[in-house]
Design a protein around this ligand. Structure first.
Ligand code: G3H
Ligand code: 13P
Ligand code: ZN
Length: 295
C-alpha cells in the first residue's frame, strides 16, 4: 500500500467517533514499533516526523523506511511532517511523497499564519497531500520554539472558524491546555472550549502534547471531537527506559540489537495501549478495498 492522505483517515475517524494515533519517530526501531503496534491492533496509523527528526536521520532515509513499512503493512499508513515551520522543507516533503504535512504558523500573527497556511494548502492540494495547521499556542518545546506556560494562548472558537474558512485546511491543531514533553502536574484540559471549537468547525481536530494526559481526559477529548492524537514523549520514555534497563542488566553488552530490540518491544506495547485508548483498534478493516486510498 502507498501512503494514505491523513484526511482520509481522519474523515473515517470523524464518522466513526474515534481518533487516529500520530506517533513521532526518528529512527528505524521506533518506526517499526509504530507499524507493528498498528498491525497488531489492525488500526490505521500516522507516522510523523519533525523537522528535527529529518535533520537527524535525513529525509531520504525516513521516506525510504516508511515506504518499506507501508508496502509490507496490511494497515493504512499516512506519512506526516510534524510542526513544519519552513515552507521550503514542507514543499520538499510533498515532493518526497509525504501524504500529509503540518504548517505550524502558531507563533506568527494571525494574518501571516493564514497567508502561509493557504500557500501550503494550495501547493499540497495538487499532490493530494493533506494539510494540518495550528491555531493558538501549545506550550512546551516545539522544535526551536520555547513558549512559556503563561504565554500560551488557547484557541478561540470563532477565530478557528474564520481560520478554517480562510485556509481550507484538512485538520486543525488546537491549544486547550496540553503541552509538549513531560508534565509537572496533571494537565487540565479546557473541555468546554473544545466543545465550542467542535461546534464551530467541521474540520477534524488535532490534540498535541498528548503524552502524560490521563486516559479519562483523552476519552473525553475524543468524545468532544478530537480525531488525531500526537504522542512522542511517552514513546521516548518507554524506549529509553528499556535501553537503560538492558544496559543495567549487562553493562558489558555491545551488540546494539540486544539493547535496541527490547526497547523496540517496549515502545510497541506503549503504542498498542494508546491505539486501544483512542478507539482505533480494528478500524483498518474499513479501508480494505476502499478506492479512496492511494495517496
Ligand atoms: O512536538 C514536537 C515533537 O515531540 C517532536 O519533537 O522536534 O524533538 O523531534 P522534536
Ligand atoms: P508529546 O511529546 O507531549 O507527546 O507531544 C507530541 C506532539 O505533540 C508532537 O507534535
Ligand atoms: Zn506537537
Amino acid at each position: 500500500m502507498s501512503f494514505v492522505p491523513a484526511s482520509v483517515l481522519l474523515r473515517a475517524a470523524q464518522s466513526g467517533g474515534y481518533a487516529v494515533g500520530a506517533f513521532n519517530c526518528s529512527n528505524m526501531e521506533i518506526m517499526q514499533a509504530i507499524v507493528r503496534a498498528a498491525e497488531a491492533e489492525k488500526a490505521p496509523v500516522i507516522l510523523q516526523v519533525s523537522q528535527g527528526a529529518i535533520k537527524y536521520a535525513g529525509l531520504e532515509y525516513l521516506v525510504a523506511m516508511a515506504r518499506a513499512a507501508a508496502r509490507q503493512a496490511a494497515v493504512p499508513i499516512a506519512l506526516h511532517l510534524d510542526h513544519g515551520t519552513d515552507v521550503g522543507l514542507i514543499l520538499e516533503c510533498v515532493q518526497a511523497g509525504f501524504s500529509s504535512v503540518m504548517f505550524d504558523g502558531s507563533k506568527l500573527p494571525l494574518e501571516q499564519n493564514i497567508v502561509l497556511t493557504r500557500q501550503v494548502v494550495e501547493a499540497s492540494r495538487r499532490a493530494r497531500v493533506s494539510v494540518e495547521a495550528e491555531l493558538g499556542r501549545i506550550s512546551g518545546a516545539e522544535d526551536d520554539i520555547a513558549v512559556g506556560e503563561h504565554e500560551a494562548l488557547f484557541t478561540d472558537p470563532e477565530e478557528a472558524r474564520f481560520f478554517v474558512e480562510q485556509t481550507g485546511v484538512d485538520s486543525l491543531a488546537v491549544a486547550i491546555g496540553t503541552a509538549h514533553g513531560r508534565y509537572r502536574g496533571e494537565p487540565k484540559l479546557d473541555f468546554e472550549r473544545l466543545s465550542r471549537i467542535s461546534s464551530s468547525i467541521s474540520t477534524p481536530i488535532v490534540l498535541h502534547g498528548s503524552s502524560g494526559v490521563p486516559d479519562e481526559a483523552i476519552r473525553e477529548a475524543i468524545k468532544r471531537g478530537v480525531r488525531k492524537i500526537n504522542i512522542d514523549t511517552d514513546i521516548r520514555q518507554a524506549f529509553i527506559g528499556a535501553v537503560r534497563q538492558a544496559l543495567a542488566k549487562d553493562p558489558e553488552e555491545i551488540d546494539p540489537r540486544k539493547i535496541l530490540g527490547p526497547a523496540r518491544e517496549a515502545a510497541t506495547e506503549v503504542i498498542r495501549g494508546k491505539i486501544r485508548l483512542f478507539g482505533s483498534s480494528g478500524k483498518a478493516e474499513f479501508f480494505h478495498g476502499n478506492r479512496v486510498l492511494g495517496g
